[in-house]
Every structure is written in structure tokens, then in C-alpha cells.
Design a binder for this molecule. Sequence first.
Ligand SMILES: [Zn+2]
Length: 180
Amino acid sequence: MLSLLPDFADPLRLCALGKAYEGEIPLADLPRLAPLLASTEGEAAFVLEFDRDAARRATVRVKVEATLALQCQRCLDTMTLPVNGDSTLVVVDGPAEAERLPEDVDPLLVDDEKLVLRSLIEDELILAIPPAPTHSSDACAMRLQQINTARDELTTGDAGSRTHPFASLAGWRGDDDKQD
Ligand SMILES: [Zn+2]
């Protein structure tokens, strides 16, 4: 098992050679994944195995392990999503070949000999993110309660002597209007 992942490679050649790579990649180095994350700290551990299956098709097994920091779409706080992916893709050189594959086989479309190898890891992580990630409802409810408690502490007490929090903003807006 090799630990240095090349940037580009011809997957068919790697399959013919039976190459395998194992290592870790910083999440910050995955440019399509990074904007989906609440934090890009941390790394993804991966194994890429290039091989041929029983039908002599070129295959890539992609194993990825990472903990992703996402924004919960219910309470908007940060949540963590453990990812433990393991997919086997069959290398195809066009949509026609992909159509001929059995339904339970995922195609890897390669239209030139320069596949960005780290994109295999990135795709596996992106596919693991649900469309609207949320905490479990219990964890979310607890966070919302904490937020509400904190807000109650801010608004109770000497509320009578306190100026309205938006008063200064309203004044500023008024000035702004006059300038228009
Ligand atoms: Zn939540």
C-alpha cells in the first residue's frame, strides 16, 4: 500500500497495475467540500484500491473516514457528522458504457487519462452529506433551550431602565435617510 497519493493518474493503468493508496488528506485541501463545512479543520483518512473485478472491469474501491463539521439546518448551531464511506466504482469512458452497467454498480466516468485522485475522496464525502443536515431532535431541542435561556437572561432584569436595543440603530437609519 502506497502512502503518497499522486495528484493525477490514469485510473485504467492503476487498475491494470493493481495499485493501492492509503493516507490522510486535510479537509481544507478539498475545494468543493470545504464550502459545505462549518469548519475545515481535520483530515479524512482514505484507502483507494485500483483493481479488476470478476467481470474484468476496472474498479476503484474508495474507503473514507472523517468527521465533518456542518451547520445544523434546524438550530443553525454546529453539528458533527461521522462519515465512514466504502464504495466500489467501475471505470467507464462514456455515458453509453455507464448505461450498460448493472443498476447496483456505480460508474466512474473518466474522459481523459488524468483523473484527479483526491476528487474520488471528495465525492465520497460530499455524497455522505444529507441535503438538510440536522442534529437528532433531542440534541437540537437542548441547544434551542440553551439559546432561549441565554436570551431570557439578557432581556429580564433591569429591562425598564434599558434603552431599546435597536434605538441607536433606528437613529442611525434616520440619519441615513436624511442623507438620501
Ligand atoms: Zn440542531
